[in-house]
Write a protein of this length. Structure first.
Length: 161
């Protein structure tokens, strides 16, 4: 916790459009410190389709609401895998749980992000998906959907402030 606080408070950030902080799932000390020290404008809740992850993400939504951090939306990660050779899609971890949770919690469901090895390869190389020779149209569309949802959230907030 001391390292997180030092990182937040002793870094000269300059002008930021957005700061994205990737936190572990749940309601531990890390999200609490981030919420208290940074007073975030919004939270993206990322889940996977397994029941245990969905339970944790629901707790994260409740936690953010208790701290009065607006929820931008829910993203379902690891939605499934599509074979690049034959095109067969397999929902390895199930599918639809993120959307169901969002509906039950009254939160925007943003998208499902599929499993693609090329996403990992692109991010490891520091290059955008399209520049890595990756044929990941669905993944790129998911990431674009996330970006558009965040921008729409902030544009709407500015209209009311």
């Amino acid at each position: 916790m001391a390292a997180i606080r030092q990182f937040i408070n002793e870094t000269t950030w300059g002008a930021l459009d957005f700061m994205v902080v990737d936190l572990p799932p749940g309601t531990s000390d890390e999200p609490l410190s981030i919420a208290q020290d940074l007073t975030p404008d919004g939270a993206l809740i990322v889940t996977t389709p397994q029941d245990v992850a969905l339970t944790s993400s629901r707790k994260s939504v409740d936690f953010a609401r208790q701290l009065e951090v607006p929820i931008i939306g829910i993203i379902e990660n690891m939605r499934g895998y599509t074979c690049p050779t034959c095109g067969t899609h397999v929902d390895i971890f199930k599918s639809g749980g993120g959307e169901q949770s969002a509906s039950e919690l009254g939160v925007l469901f943003i998208c499902r992000v599929p499993l693609y090895a090329t996403i990992c390869e692109s991010w490891d190389s520091g290059r955008p998906i399209g520049e890595n020779g990756a044929n990941c149209l669905h993944a790129a569309e998911s990431i674009e959907g996330i970006t558009n949802s965040v921008l729409q959230f902030y544009n709407m907030r500015e209209c009311f402030t």
